[in-house]
Structure formats: structure tokens, C-alpha cells
Design a protein around this ligand. Sequence first.
Ligand code: ASP
Ligand code: MG
Length: 402
Amino acid sequence: MLIVKKFGGSSVANKERVYNVAERILEDYKKGHKVVVVLSAQGDTTDELVAKAKEISSNPSRREMDMLLTTGEQQSVALMAMALENLGYPAVSLNAFQVAMRTTSVYSNARLKRIDAERIDAELERRNIVLVTGFQGINKYDDITTLGRGGSDTTAVALAAALNADRCEIFTDVDGVYTADPRVVKDAKKMDEITYDEMLELASLGAKVLHNRSVELAKKYGVELVVRSSLTQAEGTIVREECKVEKMLVSGVAADKNVARIAVIGIKDEPGKAFELFSLLGKHNINVDIILQSIGRKGTKDISFTVPRDALEEAKRLLEENLGKLAAQRLEHDDHVSKVSVVGAGMASNPGVAALMFESLYDADINIKMISTSEIKISVLIDERDTERALNAIHEGFKDRF
Ligand code: ASP
Ligand code: MG
């Protein structure tokens, strides 16, 4: 069997953890399996490197940020190789160059395009344990890129697809995917399995277990994922196309605080204004999520929408500069909001999910500012201070439906 295992930063944070992971790797290696391991930077290394860069420059180039941040992963793989060698087993660490991990050219948020499996295959044939740096790639200029924060999951899934692995295990410090963040909602339950689509929604709605691009890739290439703990032998959660047990109504509740709301007030009520507004933001790569348009009055209307909070300043600046062109009167914004969502493949065929969610919020006296729905999720925008209460109230409201 060929197994790809990915360990997150907390799983390799210090010497004890490094040796703990080495043992986990050896469990499968000793059974005769081929093992490829993807590692993240140890503990808070990446954050510390970000802070270091900010000390030197308030506006470092993305190219140099990638050069700096990828050193964290390089440390991890080298240290793990040393640990395995010290235990008497053959291991080799490889970076993105050595495995030709080709990405798009954009720095800090590149997408993987192609991996050359040759080098890894050769090392596996020699019975080496192969340790690959997560998160990093190289672009067509032979520069180092990164896949975005949390991107090591994506490295692992891409490798599993490229190597046609029999198993892809994502190890972390929790023992699987929960119906809500177990640190916030005490009654949160671990799920045995979840579909790609549900996981994708949960990942992009703020559940931080998996990088959402990794789930997209897993779905595209049919890579079954297991999310499990590096600290226990618990089974974990399987992420796959279809779940074996009958669909529950909802699979999880998630919150995202990286949101801000912008309202453009008094836009001229005529065709093309929404197009102008959102293409302006799109051109600058600002993601817009929930959109609400008021009914027109006296020839004007208001359009409000949410953007990632870290894009608020740029969005405001762009809109201020173009208020005249948009024929709008003024802007309002609110960066003390959060988005709380319920996700479930079963809700498409079950009416009443929205009502139950709104009832739970009403019972907790939480006001809803905006609502958006899709086939398998309902999101509401609320006051940021209510986030934890909302998660608990909704989880409680749905407790018999998970
Ligand atoms: N070390 C990188 C980060 O902290 C990548 C990862 O952990 O997946 O974002
Ligand atoms: Mg991670």
C-alpha cells in the first residue's frame, strides 16, 4: 500500500511531538507500506515568521514572504528525517523543487498545477520514507510560492492524487471533524463520515479543520480523506463522495469572524449598477459573499454585501474613489459582524431547516442582519459578540437532527 500522511504544525511542535509522529509514521512503514509524509511548520513558526517580516517592513513583497514562510516547512521535514534516521530507519526530506511541485505564478496564494512523481517513486523504491514540505510550490519563474495559509493539507491531497495513493490521512490535534467547534460548543459530536460537499461548505464557512482547496482537490480526484488525531488512535472522520449511513438533516454548524459588511447607500436605480459595483471589486480580487439589495425608492436603492474583514479597507477605498461613477450617495460599513452557518446535504429535501435555525436564534434573542442560502447551507450575519451564543443555540436547536 502507498499511504500519504500529513501532520499539522501542532503535531510536530517540539521534540516529543516529532518523535511521537515518527512512531506514527513507522507503524505503517514497518508493515511494509510505502509512506509519504507531508509536514507543516512546527507550532507557531509560520506566525512568528510573519511577525518577523513585519518588524523589517510594513509592506514586504509577496515573493519574499513566500521565500521566508516556506523555511518553516523545510525545518520540519529535515528534523523529521533526522528523527527517523536516529531511530534507525531510512528517510529523505524533499522540498517543492525536488519534487517539481509546479504552481500558478501568483505568490502567497498559488494553486498547484502538476507534480512530477518520479523522484518520490524512486525514493520509495529504495524503501525510503519520503518527507515532503507542505504549503510550498514553485512557479514558472522557478520562484518559491505558497498555497495560502493552511495549504499543507492541499499538498497532501495533491500528492495522494499524483501518486495514486491507497490512503490519505490528515493528522491534527483533534480527533476528527465535529458538528461544531468543540472548544465553543460542549455538546459537539465527532462525525464518522462527511461528504466532500458538506466538508467544503464547512471549510469555507469557518470550520478550520481542512484547507478548503484540499477538499476541492479530493473531490475532483476522488481521494478519500481521513481526518484523525496524531495523539490518539481514534478512528477519525472519513471525507468521501457519499456517506454510507442515511443522511442526517444537518452535518455541522460553523462560524466565520473574518467578515465585514459594506452598504452602498443611494445608488441610482438603473440597469448595470450592480454589475459596475461588483466587477470593480472582482477586478481587485475582493471576494463578495452575502448580497442584499433593498427595494428602490425615489429612483435609488441600497446594496449591502459582505467581504472578508481583511479586505475591508481596500474595498472601502475602491468604493469611495468610485462613488461618483456608481452614482451612489455614501458608504456604511460594519466590521463587528460574524457569519454563522448550518450545513447539511440533507436539507435540500427537507423544508423547515431555515425556520428551525431562525427559531433557535430568536429564542436566544439574537438579531439577524443578513441571510443567504444555498442547496446545502444557510448562513446568517449577526453581531460578532453573539457568535458563541449563536453557535450553541443553533447546535442545541438541531441536536436531534445531526
Ligand atoms: N505552515 C503553514 C501555515 O501555518 C501551512 C500549514 O500549516 O498548512 O499556514
Ligand atoms: Mg492546518
